[in-house]
Design a protein around this ligand. Structure first.
Ligand code: SF4
Length: 229
């Protein structure tokens, strides 16, 4: 147990972001569902506690993670991503539809930079900052961490700010975001920037299966290098 465990234990009742709490209170369920069908609270990360890879998204989707209570579960971003993670050996199955679906991540842990549903999928700077201690706590759990995949600029910047706060990273502008960028932090994991797997990015062709599989292949290379290094 790390000193961060009590913080993670308290995540489910966190009230640090009033705007996000207010937004949750106005949630309109998907047709045919009621509010009782929704988790509608902070969504904790999940996965292999011995993972060498940490994948960080932006925030729960309204009718995906915010409904099911598990990151990227039940929405387009997850429907795209999980089968490809399976194809790349990072899970035991392609299906990821509900927390009781039997999915087990392998060498992988998944979470979001912001644990609560933001309006218009756009967390504010203070909300990223409020939630960073949870992100740090989740990372500290992963004793074998080698690679962090950051989906989208929001997650990427927030993660770098974590290292700014720790005094490891000086200026964010020295770490430009582009798909496939890899940065080795001094004494830390390799950071891999990735376009988000959102339905919008997939529909517009910004994100494709080939692009995501290629990135996962690069992650495998980084893991092999760290083993041989
Ligand atoms: S986003 Fe994070 S810090 Fe803000 S209320 Fe939710 S759990 Fe707490």
């Amino acid at each position: 147990m790390t000193v961060f465990e009590p913080l993670l234990d308290a995540l489910h009742s966190c009230q640090r972001c009033p705007r996000l709490l207010a937004h949750r209170a106005t949630l309109v369920p998907r047709r045919g569902l009621s509010l009782e069908d929704y988790h509608n609270g902070p969504v904790a990360g999940f996965g292999d506690p011995n993972a060498r890879v940490f994948l960080v998204g932006l925030a729960p989707g309204a009718h995906g993670a915010n409904r099911t209570g598990r990151p990227f579960t039940g929405d387009g971003a997850g429907d795209f991503m999980y089968p490809l993670l399976y194809q790349s050996g990072f899970s035991n199955q392609a299906d990821a539809s509900a927390p009781d679906d039997g999915l087990q991540l392998r060498d992988l842990y998944i979470s979001n930079a912001v644990k609560c549903l933001p309006p218009a999928n756009k967390p504010q700077g203070t909300e990223f900052a409020n939630c960073r201690p949870y992100l740090l706590a989740e990372q500290k759990r992963l004793k074998h961490l080698k690679v962090v995949i950051l989906l989208g600029r929001g997650a990427f910047d927030s993660y770098l700010r974590l290292y700014c706060d720790l005094g490891v990273v000086g200026r964010l502008k020295d770490y430009p975001f582009y798909h496939g960028a890899v940065y080795s932090l001094p004494g830390g994991p390799d950071l891999v920037a990735c376009y988000h797997t959102s339905r919008y990015n997939v529909q517009t062709g910004r994100m494709t299966s080939a692009l995501f599989l290629g990135l996962l292949s690069r992650v495998r290379q980084l893991l092999d290098q760290s083993r041989n290094g």
